[in-house]
Design a protein around this ligand. Sequence first.
Ligand code: ZN
Length: 247
Amino acid sequence: MPTTGLRPSPSATSATATPTPTASATPAALPLAGRRIVIDPGHNGVWTRRELRKVPSGNGRTKECNSSGTATNAGYAEHAYNWAQANALARVLRARGATVRLTRPDDHGEGPCVNLRSRLANQLRADALVSIHADGSLARGARGFHVIVSTTMVGGATVERASTALAKRLRHALETETTMPRSTYIGGGTALSFRSDLGTLNLSERTAVMLEMGNMRNATDAALLGSATFRTRAARALADGLEAYLG
Ligand code: ZN
């Protein structure tokens, strides 16, 4: 039998069970409080021949310090997109209570080599490292985003499994919250790419993924990546994916 109104409640002015906005917002207001997230805006503000020097990239291999990254046909550089997208994501994550650090301080000059991109996440014992890139495929009709996971992380199989789980959360958020489609040219429709050649991921002891947020050489993708509206939506999607993974 309904007992509406029988439970004593000093502040209640009616018998309705509808929570007030204040009461419902308080517990979930900072869902990422206490979380540490490192964002790596891929590449650097400038590229010089010095970045051809070889550095360790994991698995006993070496790789060049860094590459220049790609650009849209109109000349929007990948490093600038990565920087803008990383900062948009950082704003959303901080607003949700996370402690966020970036692997480079600005979009000018030379930044860290690929062997140092995971160092901050390792030192901070971060909950996640997210490396942001955009791709540059000249294949006809190549579109869409994909998420890269390392198969040879120094963190071992447990960290690789966690990274795959994060990749799937991020994929779901991007495809449901933005208009960027899954990659048409990487991952056979899964938008997931498993690799062993990326120092940024290989050398991570923490959950880590690399995002290729779209194909800069495709006109439709380039228009999205160049749009602040898209970047805002993508930042929210990535934050939602991280929150789902960390929840
Ligand atoms: Zn890149």
